[in-house]
Each structure stands twice: as C-alpha cells, then as structure tokens.
Design a protein around this ligand. Structure first.
Ligand code: FMN
Length: 190
C-alpha cells in the first residue's frame, strides 16, 4: 500500500502589477493567477503601488516609517513569494513599480525571496530584462520555472476567462508551485 502524499504547507504569494490602469491586462492576469492557484497557495494582489510616495532616502526613517511604505514592506516580509506582472513603458519598467522596488532596496525584504515573473508581452523584452537585473542585484531568487509567458490573444480576456484558458492556467500553476518549492528548499520551517 502506498503512503498518502504529505499535505503541502500553506503558502502566500503577493501579486504585484506594474500597471495602475483599472482595466490593466497585467492586473487581470494576476487575478487569474489567484483563481487557478492550488488550494494550499493564497495569491493576494498588492493594491498600494499607486499610494507609495516617490522614493527619497530622506523620508526613510527607520524609527518612524511612512505608513504606506511600512505596509508594502510588511506584506513582502510575510509573503512566501512574490509574482510580478508588468507592462513595458518606453523600453523600461514603469516608474510606479521601480519606485516600489526602490523603497525595499535598503530594507531588504526581497533578499532571498522567490519572485516569479509574468511576461504578458513577449515582444516587450526591455522591461523584463531590466526587472530581472534589478531583482537580481536586490538578491531576490528568480526560479526559471516561475516565468510565465502569456499568449497575446489571452490578454483580452477577463480574469475568469484567463483562468479557464489552459495555456494560462497550466503555466501559472507550475510557476506558483516552483515559487513554493524554493520557499520549502530554503526555509523548511518558515
Ligand atoms: C506611455 C506608454 C509607453 C509604452 N511603451 C511601450 C514599450 O516601450 N514597449 C512595448 O512593448 N509596449 C509599450 N507600451 C504598451 C503597453 O505595454 C501596453 O499598453 C500594455 O498593455 C499595458 O499594460 P496594462 O494593460 O497592464 O496596463 C506603452 C504604453 C504606454 C501607455
């Protein structure tokens, strides 16, 4: 008789969209990721990107952090992994997303953190390359299995439609699983 499979430990993934647009396809893809996540993984969307002040080291007081910055850092600290989906603007990472990352360079919430990337626009290579460079220098862990390329025609769908498309659901589930495997390998008791 085979032994029953061990229950997987619950995991939380913080989903971060680089677009502030209400009808953003990147945000919709992350909503779809939440819908297709296996039961032991909770994907929650970060809603505060647009509320972060412009990064200024003079505003970064260790003893009295700005509330929006502290919320962003706390969500990253408690998340087991992060999933980012972003558009490309003028061959770069959107300012709002880069700004959010700048706020956690010194505080270090992304050090050793597994980060997955959704490549919603495979022809937009500059933003993805720049994001990989920034996250790497910040010591995040980018598992190759946690990079999802989305077929262009799927981006017009709403989150439910995306979640029902096997070419989205399958790669998202694999990516989420890869992120949690990194968590399990590096921090078995987390
Ligand atoms: C100001 C601006 C600059 C853009 N620059 C690029 C670019 O350099 N390369 C690219 O592939 N797409 C570019 N785009 C297209 C966006 O990546 C595209 O509209 C994407 O769907 C936006 O994502 P969202 O639906 O999540 O907001 C740009 C769009 C805007 C508004």
């Amino acid at each position: 008789m085979t032994a029953p499979a061990a229950a997987k430990r619950p995991a939380t993934v913080l989903a971060v969209s680089g677009s502030l647009r209400a009808a953003s396809s990147n945000t919709n893809l992350l909503r779809a990721a939440a819908l297709v996540a296996p039961p032991y993984i909770t994907v929650s969307l970060f809603a505060g990107l647009g509320s972060l002040p412009l990064f200024n080291p003079d505003l970064d007081h260790e003893d009295e952090p700005l509330p929006s910055v502290e919320e962003w850092r706390a969500l990253l600290r408690t998340a087991d992994a992060v999933l980012i989906s972003t558009p490309e603007y003028a061959h770069g990472v959107p300012g709002a997303l880069k700004n959010a990352l700048d706020w956690v360079v010194g505080s270090g919430e992304l050090v050793g953190k597994p980060v997955g990337l959704v490549n919603a626009f495979p022809r937009s290579t500059h933003a993805q390359a720049s994001l990989v460079e920034t996250l790497t220098v910040m010591s995040a862990v980018l598992p190759p299995d946690a990079v999802v390329a989305v077929p262009p025609e799927c981006k017009r769908l709403d989150p439910k439609g995306m979640a029902s498309a096997p070419e989205i659901a399958g790669p998202f589930q694999q990516a989420l699983d890869a992120l949690v495997r990194v968590r399990d390998a590096c921090c078995p008791n987390r």
